[in-house]
Design a protein around this ligand. Structure first.
Ligand SMILES: [Zn+2]
Length: 270
């Protein structure tokens, strides 16, 4: 069975035709549709990424008041339709509005990056509990006012890991020399890992330089449980190096621009 057919079968098995679906869901994208409707993309706990039309959402403020906003965690009930992949949103109850993310432009931009990466990096109806938990954990930590840069680094590291692109940080991908204080290393997006200074001329391409401290913190960021992750802190230099690496690597993997980075970079201008 090819990939598309397998995905479709998985989707059909998960989502009964002409039935109600009921699931916790995070709003990751909202767009106006016609005079009165909105199309909302959710990342749901039970069905992965799913889009729904909210009829009358622009006109009737009451029904979905303050609910169909970016990052809101909702409990939704929606109808599936036999001939459309678009659901019809019937009800949405607010579980967590994350108000702090709407008061701080910095945190708003950080949360927007997370939503954009969820939208670009996932497929429709491909359910992943761990990714859903990571999304809710990241928004909730940002809402508590934890370090914005740390949380968006952790989110991206863990998202890469769940997508099968865990950063390879133990040795040079060309000569195999292990990381140590004696050598300096850079990260190569093309080779999904480290390259030592000696091998850079052989490997070619673009590199993001990484200090030993950054490599160690990134490794811990990939392996710690979510409960312990919020205690891990990046130094200023490591934050800069990790953000540069991710800023180059993720658009390379997705083969497209990530627009939220442009807004977010304003936060890091000295
Ligand atoms: Zn090497």
């Amino acid at each position: 069975m090819n990939d598309i057919a397998a995905q479709y079968q998985k989707f059909i098995l998960r989502r009964p035709l002409m039935a109600l679906i009921h699931t916790p869901a995070v709003v990751i994208h909202v767009t106006d549709y016609g005079e009165s409707d909105k199309i909302v993309t959710f990342y749901t706990q039970k069905y992965g990424k799913t889009a729904a039309i909210a009829k009358g959402a622009k006109r009737s403020k009451k029904r979905f008041l303050n609910k169909l906003e970016y990052f809101s965690l909702l409990d939704i009930i929606a109808d599936t339709a036999r001939h459309s992949s678009l659901l019809r949103l019937d009800q949405a109850e607010l579980i967590a509005p994350y108000p702090f993310l709407r008061k701080s432009i910095q945190y708003y931009n950080g949360a927007m990056l997370i939503c954009e990466l969820m939208r670009l990096g996932t497929r429709e109806n491909d359910c992943d509990d761990k990714l859903y938990n990571l999304l809710v954990w990241s928004l909730s930590e940002l809402n508590k006012g934890q370090s914005m840069s740390d949380i968006i680094i952790f989110f991206q590291l863990r998202m890469l890991k769940l997508m099968g692109y865990q950063l390879s940080l133990s040795c040079c991908t060309n000569c195999g020399i292990k990381i140590s204080n004696v050598n300096t290393f850079s990260f190569s997006a093309v080779h999904n890992g480290l390259v030592c200074t000696r091998c850079i001329p052989v490997r070619g391409g673009q590199f993001s330089s990484l200090s030993m401290n950054t490599i160690k913190t990134l490794e811990m960021g990939q392996s710690l449980s979510l409960e312990k992750l919020s205690r891990l802190k990046f130094s200023q230099q490591s934050t800069r190096e990790a953000l540069t690496l991710l800023r180059n690597y993720i658009p390379y993997l997705l083969q497209r621009d990530v627009h939220s980075w442009k807004q977010l970079e304003q936060n890091f201008v000295d």
